[in-house]
Design a protein around this ligand. Sequence first.
Ligand code: FCB
Length: 444
Amino acid sequence: MTDFVLEFPPQFRWGTATAAHQVEGNNQNNQWWVWEHTAQRIQNGDKSGLACNWWQNAEADFDHMAAMHQNAHRLSVEWSRIETRDGVFDSAALERYRAMLLALRQRGVEPMVTLHHFTNPIWLEEQGGWENLELVVPRFQRFVVQVVRTLGDVCDLWCTINEPNVYAVMSYLAGRMPPGKRELGAAVRVFRNMLIAHVAAYQAIHEAQPQARVGLAHHMRVFQGLRRRHPVDNALSHLLSDVFNNSLLMALVQGRWHWLLRLGAPQSAAKLRGTLDWIGLNYYTRQRVMFDHRGGDALFSSLVNTPGVIMSDYDYGEIYPQGMLLFLRQLASYRLPIYVTENGLPDHDDDLRPGFIVQHLRMVWQAIQLGCDVRGYYHWSLVDNFEWNEGWRMRFGLIAVNTATQDRTWRTSAYLYRDIARANALSSAIVCQYTPELQSLFVA
Ligand code: FCB
């Protein structure tokens, strides 16, 4: 076996990603808290509760980041803590975030702040939330300006909105997240409103902080027909890919609405063009698409797993590293800097995660060799956290969390990730130690 060192560029960002509601605890003022306590739609009736206790003591986990040689972290600020009522801002909450961002910086960890990650203040939700364009765009913009003005001296890397496509689909089409609707029209409107709100935020942030670097985190998923030569499965997988993966990019990069979004659009998409300083890729998995004449999950498609492949916990997702390279190459064609803003898997016993990390990072490295401007990788996630409608059963952490005691235990993957970040490279020594079964992948 020949030795190898796959080096990453100097300044490459090695981080993890989290979201406020999933880690902070006691976020009682948003629509998720209400949903957890009323809707009975979460696995085992789980609740976010104290979550990972970050509101009290995120710093303890920041120490773990530093010990893992991470130099970046993506976290979100919770709108419902900062703007407790319409137009009423809580300076103590903003101060807590300032302390957190400073604590990251003191540990050599550069923060990336997400301004919307699935949760809304109750007062916003009660007035129609993201369905209500006239409400949500100015409100979001006002909130964003307040945050950037207050925290702009400790952060200049902003992610406006996390996964507009996932939010719209899960909350308004699949009915699995609040408000639990199942209406294609509503999902389309919400998705479009989020893109319009992104643009308003993009402009407002640059006005408040000219040097800001503003992007968003876009979830992309590989869709492929289940039956190889089945023309309808294949056509549907193209359609889903166009709507789910490409329509956001079409709007924000090219200034065009996809036909599904054009109907009833309040404005032309031309104004949306060029509103990304960078693009974030959240990549997890591949899904197979099968025609279903009864309607399926969406647009007459049923989404199924590839038969016979290894799945992460609870059949949650196929491990398909090739998708990482595919999407990085697509995103690079728009000539934007790229961050992998999320990538990970639920794997409580950590038997698949080391291989997952090594295989996906190998793809990131390969993309960089091909000229893609990938600036960083944020693994989802640092610690096990409250996984939305899946509750606590999905364990995404490099570090295991005992929710009863708040104890932390490094999984093997944490040591692996530490060694990669420390070396700024994937080397034969690291692969040999943690994933010897993958050595053959690295033979030229
Ligand atoms: C993403 C979400 C994130 C987390 C991971 C597993 O879609 O952005 O909050 O739930 O999935």
